[in-house]
Design a protein around this ligand. Structure first.
Ligand SMILES: Cc1ncc(COP(=O)(O)O)c(C=O)c1O
Length: 443
């Protein structure tokens, strides 16, 4: 593909996949070019192209029935829906056996925010001596609800975050102007996400000071908004916002502040869940004191949704409902994907090969300090920076011409989100290409 003057988005839109020929981590385009896929469609992909176990599920009668017989699962579910849900719960974060399924990541966020608001609203009413059930409120208060004046509750999100493109999610998204321009958003408070340096170990002291500042800013917001705060929403690694990592201590601090404020901790694992960090859920690496209240999934699970602790059970039917709460066919693929991740030991594989990949990126950053910096990663959530946006794009184009398809994030970061099956040999091949590109650019 001639990539010369095109920007990265145009290049990706011109790259049309031949998914009959693509296999494993090899993406073949319709012109017959073969790329090592370190992009996986913004982390949607998990087991590579045409995995035999997923093909077998997709060819099963059960899958065909699930695809052609749409059911409104909350009202009149098909029996296989319960089997799939039970199966998925085996992979739920510890202590979170409630599951709610929708179609996309942003819908998962939207509904997790609703769950946080509903539980918070009930608690607030009951604490003030009112009814838990909003339908028992006096008529004028019910009218106020219908006229959009029923609640002043807020969700706190972080600077640089990306949570999706529907209205609630977008109100918590602060990564790029283009996502939000001209769209009115809820004026909810925004806490600063720590601007850490990498490798995390080298900048530990500096980063600890930044994280302490960020936590203190969050605490101030929680104090200021007091009982209005229904939840704090945060990504375990800010992905679209530039692959920004914070330490386990930081996340423990956020949880402690949520506990003190009596609000929900809502983790957005849409991009970080499903094994890409080397654990099924990235927050497992944070040593949290107890389960978060709500964990949102998407991407690799082939549908959106959230897991919740029992205290975030929504009691009244109809408050959380969509015509199709969960697509059976997608859910079957999700379950088979997670089973393969477990049975083929892919979490350990991602940890081991991811550490090797990161060590390789660190070596490149040492070798080409004027071009590459800030190598960072957890498992296969990998990134590094270039000095400018133009240089980053140039780097990505050169890599693409040499057959390595990495992607961008933030203003000047290269992001890698390989399929979980990427082998050590393929990592070495990628590192060889990135080395050649950096050498070329360093002149
Ligand atoms: C962290 C995070 N949350 C939410 C979303 C939204 O997911 P979707 O695009 O499936 O709606 C994304 C998508 O990139 C994401 O990275």
């Amino acid at each position: 593909m001639a990539t010369g003057t095109l920007d990265m988005q145009s290049i990706y839109r011109l790259l049309v996949v031949d998914d009959a020929k693509s296999q494993g981590s090899s993406l073949v385009d319709v012109d017959g070019n073969v790329y090592l896929d370190l992009f996986s469609h913004f982390a949607l992909g998990c087991l590579g192209y045409n995995h035999p176990r997923l093909l077998a599920v997709a060819r099963s009668d059960e899958f065909v029935r699930g695809s052609i017989n749409p059911t409104s699962s909350p009202f009149c579910p098909a029996s296989s829906w319960f089997d799939v849900l039970e199966g998925l719960k085996a992979y739920a974060p510890k202590g979170m056996q409630r599951i709610f399924c929708v179609d996309a990541g942003t819908e998962g966020i939207e509904n997790a925010l609703k769950a946080a608001f509903i539980v918070h609203g009930e608690r607030r009413r009951v604490a003030a001596g009112g009814p838990a059930n909003p339908l028992e409120l006096p008529a004028e208060e019910q009218e106020a609800i219908l006229a959009n004046a029923g609640s002043d509750a807020v969700i706190v999100s972080f600077s640089g975050a990306f949570h999706g493109r529907t209205m609630g999610s977008l109100s918590c998204t602060h990564s790029k102007t283009i996502h939000k321009a001209d769209i009115p958003a809820f004026r909810w408070p925004i806490a600063p996400f720590p601007a850490n340096r990498f490798p995390l170990a080298r900048y530990a002291d500096e980063n600890a000071a930044r994280e302490a500042e960020a936590l203190s800013a969050l605490e101030q917001i929680l104090d200021e908004y007091g009982p209005r705060v229904a939840g704090v929403l945060v990504e375990p690694v800010q992905s679209e916002g530039g692959d920004r990592h914070a330490s386990a201590e930081f996340f423990r601090g956020v949880q402690a502040l949520c506990k003190k404020a009596g609000c929900a901790l809502i983790l957005d694992e849409v991009q970080t869940g499903g094994g890409i960090s080397g654990t099924m859920w990235t927050h497992e690496q944070f040593g949290l004191e107890h389960a978060p209240n709500l964990v949102v999934f998407g991407k690799k699970l082939q549908m959106g949704g959230f897991f919740a602790t029992d205290d975030y059970t929504i009691r009244q039917f109809g408050r959380m409902y969509q015509t199709r709460n969960g697509d059976r066919a997608r859910a079957m693929l999700a379950l088979e994907t997670l089973r393969v991740v477990e049975e083929e030991g892919l979490l350990a594989h991602v940890r081991e090969v991811g550490a090797h990949f990161l060590a390789g990126l660190e070596a490149l950053a040492e070798r080409y300090p004027t071009i590459l910096s800030e190598p960072r990663g957890k498992g296969f959530l990998l990134a590094l920076d270039l000095p400018t946006t133009a240089q980053r794009d140039d780097f990505l184009k050169r890599a693409l011409r040499r057959g390595v398809f990495a992607t961008y994030t933030g203003s000047r970061s290269v992001r890698m989100r390989p399929h979980l099956i990427l082998s050590r040999d393929e990592v070495d091949e990628a590192l060889g290409v990135l080395d050649a590109v950096a050498r070329e650019m360093a002149g």
